[in-house]
Design a protein around this ligand. Structure first.
Ligand code: P6P
Length: 339
């Protein structure tokens, strides 16, 4: 008939992760798959609410009433609540850390499992009124061998995570994830309610042409950052880089993974440790960046080597194409030599 035959070999996230289990060998008990299924469910729920929010003005400050006159929850509070309940109900978690909760949740009783999930349920939610893409960011640790699940299980370097990912809520709903064997991207087919593999084996280009940083902070930058930016804005040879800054980490990192270049949120004279959170923003994005062949550093050390002291601590972030990030590090190393 000449019509394009429907693609019958669609690979769903669940099937892809199940296949992945063969990599994990004996470690694969299905628990991680079930945990990732719970994360998929929360992503679909949040995606629906983010979309509705744009339609019926669900956004705004907590305590206001929405068009139905109901006491409405801020989207990020709602997103947090659904993630906590779904992750606990999965029976696979022992420790939960959320950007929205002051303290870690230790799961007790019959629902206690072997994994710790650290997450920002809706990062960048202040952008939602403007229709900017926002997202959920998550990282997963296995509890330590002699532990039943306690705070020390999440105060570990990001290099000990077994999986990490983000969900971006925009014109489509994209889930990008790694379980330690490369990075894959999935797109939600709302008619099927399934995440379909659309970006297999994402590899970040070794060098890009885009830099992403909030130049509104330029007055506070330390010298290595100023010198690096000048080197790509006024290059001795070649063309200047393009500037792209969305101000929503998931959107800026997603573009960096796909197009290459560098995303920066450095420490400066105003923000002594930078702005981004180590456990559930920097670690998962650094994990994905490295799994895609890129580099993620504070300027002075590999982000995934940091040992967190607290669950909400912040850290400086430079991540993206290997050569671009290594260019920044050279300016920090030059500064260290001057000292
Ligand atoms: P600034 C959003 O509020 C966020 O946490 C990240 O998603 C984003 O990268 C950063 O803050 C933007 O911060 O200071 O540039 O507005």
């Amino acid at each position: 008939s000449g019509e394009e035959a429907p693609n019958t070999d669609i690979i769903t996230l669940t099937r892809h992760v199940l296949n992945d289990q063969f990599h994990l060998g004996s470690l694969a008990t299905g628990d991680l798959t079930l945990l990732l299924t719970a994360i998929q469910t929360t992503s679909k729920f949040i995606a629906t609410n983010v979309r509705k929010a744009r339609l019926i003005n669900l956004v705004g400050l907590a305590g206001e009433t929405n068009v139905q006159g109901e006491e409405q929850k801020k989207l990020d509070v709602l997103s947090n609540d659904i993630m906590v309940s779904q992750l606990r109900a999965s029976g696979k978690t022992a420790v939960l850390v959320s950007e929205e909760l002051e303290d870690a949740i230790i799961v007790e009783g019959r629902y206690k499992g072997k994994y710790c999930v650290v997450f920002d349920p809706l990062d960048g939610s202040s952008n939602i009124d403007a229709g900017v893409n926002i997202g959920t960011i998550f990282g997963i640790y296995h509890i330590q061998p002699d532990s039943k699940g306690e705070l020390s299980d999440v105060l570990r370097p990001g290099s000990q995570m077994v999986a990490a990912g983000y969900v971006m809520y925009g014109s489509s709903c994209n889930l990008v994830m790694s379980t330690g064997h490369g990075v894959n991207g999935y797109t939600l087919d709302a008619s099927l309610g399934e995440f379909i593999l659309t970006h297999p084996d994402i590899r970040i280009p070794s060098r890009g042409k885009i830099y992403s940083i909030n130049e509104g902070n330029a007055a506070y930058y330390y010298e290595p950052v100023t010198k690096y930016l000048n080197s790509i804005k006024f290059p001795a040879t070649g063309k200047p880089y393009s500037a792209r800054y969305i101000g929503s980490m998931v959107a800026d990192v997603h573009r960096t993974l796909l197009y290459g270049g560098i995303f920066c949120y450095p420490d400066d004279k105003k923000s002594k440790s930078g702005k981004l959170r180590l456990l559930y923003e920097a670690f998962p994005m650094a994990y994905l960046t490295e799994q895609a062949g890129g580099v993620a550093t504070t300027g002075r050390m590999r982000i995934l080597d940091i040992v967190p002291k607290g669950i909400h601590e912040r850290c400086p972030v430079f991540l993206g194409s290997k050569e671009d990030v290594q260019d920044v590090v050279k300016f920090y190393q030059a500064e260290a030599k001057e000292v």
